[in-house]
Design a protein around this ligand. Structure first.
Ligand SMILES: [Zn+2]
Length: 79
């Protein structure tokens, strides 16, 4: 399965992964609540998984403290 990370604020592509199977623990998705998952993860009609995160530029703009509050688990895992 292909997994794309997009910046939630500016829409820029951040990373993409090609995985045989989605390991939610490895991706840091296992610690999300059901509500967060709905908000952050979507799968399109071609089976590609899209995950919202934040790019470096937006992290710089926001400041790290604010980012940690917003998306602590996801952001830390993919960096
Ligand atoms: Zn951004």
């Amino acid at each position: 399965m292909r997994v794309y990370y997009h910046c939630d604020l500016c829409g820029r592509g951040v990373a993409q992964l090609e995985l045989d199977a989605v390991d939610e623990t490895k991706l840091g998705l296992d610690c999300l609540t059901a509500e967060e998952r709905d908000d952050i993860i979507s799968v399109d009609e071609t089976g590609i998984m899209h995950i919202k995160t934040l790019c470096d530029r937006c992290v710089d703009t926001l400041g790290l403290d604010e980012v940690r509050t917003m998306r602590s688990s996801l952001y830390s895992r993919i960096q």
